[in-house]
Design a protein. Structure first.
Length: 109
């Protein structure tokens, strides 16, 4: 029994370590939103997918525009699309709650 538990922990650790930093961030955001907004598993997966799409759009910009002023502007354009993408996934009441929590997070530090 201890061996099976140890093997399970090893596989879990390896699967977490196998995730890219982008996948880890997307998973963390999706989990936090699932917990704080009481999302369904389907909604959590959709939020994860949106964050991965955004990450995949940003990575080429980091490479191409590294060290330039353009990078910040281009990344902000991608970030500005986040709420619109979330609104397509979240029901209106959960989207409103998301916006309220985001406002508190951004402006009430």
């Amino acid at each position: 029994m201890k061996i099976l538990l140890t093997i399970g922990i090893v596989f879990l650790t390896l699967s977490v370590c196998a995730q890219s930093p982008g996948e880890q961030v997307a998973a963390k955001i999706a989990k936090k939103m699932k917990d704080s907004l009481a999302l369904t598993e389907e909604q959590r997966v959709a939020i994860y997918d949106i964050n991965m799409q955004m990450h995949n759009k940003k990575m080429p910009l980091f490479i191409k525009y590294k060290g330039t002023d353009s990078l910040r502007i281009l990344l902000q354009r991608i970030e500005n699309s986040r709420d619109t993408l979330y609104s397509a996934v979240l029901p209106p009441e959960k989207y409103l709650l998301y916006k309220q929590k985001k406002t508190v997070l951004v402006y009430d530090k």
